[in-house]
Write a protein that binds this ligand. Structure first.
Ligand SMILES: Cc1ncc(COP(=O)(O)O)c(C=O)c1O
Length: 362
């Protein structure tokens, strides 16, 4: 029998979450952002749930090929564009739209010989200072690119650094507007946090984390506030129980010590499965759908949980590390991420390859 750990990818929840993005941005077309192997969900597994999107946005050429192999004929956008000149050949062959964020990419495009029209998303650096042209070079790049015969359409794009937080987006929107107000072309500005928290003109919105059932602004808001559903469940089972006496410790480093007699369960899940080692005692977990807490340090293949709220639990009992539990229970990935001092994005992307994952529908 294999280890009892598994991941479930909920395609119905992916589809539901996309409808939430559409409600928030009713006039926009929707990119489903599927970089990083669909945020750890697996592109092929996630595809079924995300196929109502207007396009797929990603980074790797290999991932673009996988989306095409799923049968997707619509728009595919390379969010970082070409990494070298010859990448443009694949863009031509697979009809990929691509971001252009630096002058080298404009040079490659100018030298690219093709009869295939290219649709490009010219990226402005409006304050994130990661990728993109500053305002004046942005306009110069626009003029240079619009003169290329094989560039048939130029869209204008930027990315927000603080859409989930207090600083907000107004300063970046103002910088973008000032640089682009008189340029034609569709706009793509909003990521998940901007879709959920801000109203703005964005002909194309880029829905990443919200599609995967994680709130971009947790703990200010949780998925219930935004009407989102978990799309990834990590679940396992108890493989042992122990009865501790007062003063007994649990696991490496004896970081947890029982203050009174305590029954604990040992779960087949550890950091080699992608569960964060930084989760301290008290991280929420469900046993048979009942909320309890982890105890002591997470080890490579196991972790310990407090069985006080579930005295009936025994070897074989179901443990939900995040996602959907039995009887309609839910443990948002954001709560576990928060306990580990990180964000839902990192946990889902870090799901280990050794965990078998299956797509499930409604
Ligand atoms: C350029 C760009 N657009 C959109 C997204 C999606 O962001 P989120 O997952 O916060 O919606 C990302 C993700 O980092 C990105 O880099």
């Amino acid at each position: 029998m294999p280890r009892p750990i598994e991941a479930l990818i909920h395609t119905d929840a992916l589809a539901h979450n996309l409808t939430r993005a559409r409600v928030r941005a009713p006039d926009a077309r929707l990119w489903a952002v599927v970089k990083a192997n669909a945020y750890g969900h697996g592109i092929e597994r996630a595809f079924e749930g995300l196929r109502s999107a207007d396009g797929f946005a990603l980074l790797d050429l290999a991932e673009a090929e996988r989306i095409r192999a799923c049968g997707w004929r619509g728009p595919v956008l390379l969010l970082e564009g070409a990494f070298e000149a010859r990448d443009l050949e694949l863009c031509s062959r697979l009809h990929l739209w691509h971001v252009v964020h630096c002058s080298e990419q404009v040079d490659w495009l100018a030298a690219h010989k093709t009869h295939q029209p290219h649709r490009v998303f010219l990226k402005m650096n409006s304050g994130m200072n990661r990728l993109g042209f500053a305002a004046a070079p942005f306009r110069a790049a626009w003029a240079r690119r619009s003169a290329l015969p094989h560039v048939d359409e130029i869209s204008l794009m930027t990315h927000f650094s603080d859409a989930d937080g207090e600083r907000g987006i107004a300063h970046q929107v103002a910088a973008f507007e000032a640089a682009t107000h008189d340029l034609p072309g569709e706009r793509s500005l909003a990521n998940s946090a901007a879709i959920l928290r801000h109203r703005l003109r964005s002909d194309w919105v880029r829905a990443g984390i919200l599609s995967y059932g994680s709130a971009p602004d947790f703990p200010a808001h949780g998925i219930a506030d935004w009407g989102l559903q978990p799309t990834m469940t990590l679940r396992s089972r108890l493989i042992a129980t122990q009865s501790l006496q007062s003063g007994d410790s649990v696991g490496y480093g004896s970081s947890f010590r029982a203050g009174s007699p305590l029954r604990i369960g040992i779960v087949a899940c550890g950091y080699a499965d992608g569960y964060p080692r930084h989760c301290a005692t008290g991280t929420p977990v469900l046993v048979n759908g009942v909320r309890t807490r982890t105890l002591g340090r997470v080890s490579m293949d196991m972790l310990a949980v407090d069985l006080s709220p579930t005295p009936e639990a025994d070897i074989g009992s179901e443990v939900t590390l995040w996602g959907h539990g039995p009887h309609g229970t839910v443990l948002p990935i954001d709560e576990v991420a928060h306990a580990a001092g990180t964000i839902g994005y990192e946990l889902m992307c870090a799901l280990a390859a050794r965990v078998p994952a299956h797509a499930v529908g409604a």
